[in-house]
Design a protein around this ligand. Structure first.
Ligand SMILES: [Cu+2]
Length: 441
């Protein structure tokens, strides 16, 4: 009898330990006012955060699982949470006025997210976004592959910048004339995971998956790893179709890249810095400090690629179904309006498409400013830049459209609903640069 019980116990333990991909995971998120210690100041800085943490809690779930998020708004103004890059049920997309009502102070909202794609995603509000993101509301969401990959280490770096005053407070004016005349609100303090130039200890021989997320309001990052080579294995939460070396990859607000880095086995005691080279003035973002310990065995494997995901040739015989001209005019609630086809949100020039039919869209930037254009709920492929064929071996959910540049993208509408489409420079979006793509069943 005893042995039967112990066998049953073993079976029960195995069942409990068995990773269940379709499981539900409960998470509670509270948007609140809190404090954060920046190293530059003696006093703490008042911020808005999720659960009192800067950045917000790292949320992880396995592909196929469902995250059940009990969200509470403890701010003094309405808010919402958008799950950037996740292809989910439209009602869970977190866009007030489009997919849900704003979550008022003191109210709750239940988000139910079925994790369809493994990769690097993030979350942030979609209400008064310039201010709410600028005060700190953001966090990373990682969807793990069902088959665990043998990385020595998985590092997550949420890159951000803060506009801080000399007294340590956040500069309290948002969507200013200056921000709108330029490329939005650029901060004066760059952080990785809320820290200034953090050091990450690694071991010689380790193979690291480094996930870079640009959570800034407007700043573009051009990460450069000094003395280390890296391969890009995923862009915007989707494996690339062909792995390529990291050279000049511009991460605009919203973009993510996953890098494959091997620490040389003889690098014990070395420190590798990671710099941002987008502006003329280079900034150190963070560094990898290699311990003096013995070299570990470097895992030998090839990260998965997404070979057949919306191949560019699928769009060869398709005409552009929508062109959005991106430009500004005088007017709107801030005096300068950022428009798509001369219309500002909510008076937008929208698009609608039948489910499953490949579409081509063109963003025509007739302004001299930057516009990282993001479409909710889809991965798209860049097909052309300024009429020239683009050769990007990956798909995206956000593409930087440079001054006077035109970018043609292709995608297949796979999820019904109304999906917001906007510039990810928060103040441009707040000043009108938003519209929707409706996918009809
Ligand atoms: Cu813009």
């Amino acid at each position: 009898m005893k042995s039967i019980i112990s066998i049953l116990n073993v079976i029960l333990c195995v069942l409990l330990l068995q990773p269940n991909a379709s499981a539900e995971k409960q998470i509670r998120l509270e948007a609140m006012e809190s404090n954060h210690q920046f190293p530059f100041f003696e006093t703490q800085t008042a911020v808005w955060s999720y659960n009192g943490q800067i950045p917000g809690p790292l949320i992880r779930g396995k592909k196929g699982a469902t995250l059940v998020i009990d969200f509470v708004n403890k701010l003094k103004e309405p808010t919402s949470i958008h799950w950037h890059g996740l292809r989910i049920d439209n009602a869970m997309d977190g866009v007030p006025g489009v997919t849900q009502d704003p979550v008022k102070p003191g109210e709750n909202f239940g988000y139910r997210l079925r994790l369809e794609d493994a990769g690097t995603f993030w979350y942030h509000p979609h209400f008064n976004s310039s201010e709410q993101l600028g005060r700190g509301l953001k966090g990373v969401l990682i969807v793990d592959e069902v088959e665990k990959q043998p990385w020595s280490r998985d590092l997550v770096w949420l890159m951000d910048d803060w506009l801080l005053q000399k007294d340590g407070n956040i500069y309290p004016h948002f969507n200013t004339h200056h921000d709108l005349m330029h490329d939005g609100r650029w901060g004066n303090a760059l952080t990785v995971n809320g820290k200034f130039k953090p050091e990450f200890e690694v071991k010689p021989g380790e193979r690291i998956r480094l996930r870079l997320i640009n959570g800034a309001n407007a700043r573009i990052f051009l990460p450069h790893l000094e003395g280390l080579s890296a391969d890009v294995i995923a862009v915007d939460g989707k494996p690339v179709t062909q792995i390529f070396p990291l050279n000049q990859f511009e991460l605009s607000p919203g973009n993510r890249i996953d890098l494959d880095i091997t620490v040389p086995s003889n690098a014990g005691g070395k420190t590798y810095t990671v710099k941002d080279r987008f502006t003329r003035r280079q900034f150190v973002l963070a560094s990898l400090k290699v311990s003096q310990s013995e070299s570990v065995k470097t895992p030998d494997f090839i990260p998965p690629t997404a070979e057949n995901y919306i191949p560019p040739q699928d769009f060869d015989n398709i005409a552009v179904s929508k062109t959005w001209d991106l430009n500004a005019f005088r007017g709107g609630q801030y005096g300068i309006a950022w428009a798509m086809n001369s219309k500002i949100w909510p008076e937008a020039d929208k698009a609608d498409y039948p489910l499953g039919v490949p579409q081509k869209i063109k963003f025509d930037n007739s302004s001299t400013r930057l516009h990282p254009m993001h479409i909710h709920g889809v991965f798209f492929r860049v097909l052309e830049r300024n009429g020239q064929k683009a050769e990007e071996p990956f798909t995206r959910d956000t593409v930087l459209v440079g001054p006077r540049e035109s970018v043609t993208i292709g995608f297949i509408p796979e999820h019904p609903g109304i999906w917001l489409t906007h510039c990810h420079i928060q103040s441009h979006a707040e000043a009108g640069m938003m519209t929707t793509v409706e996918v009809k069943k």
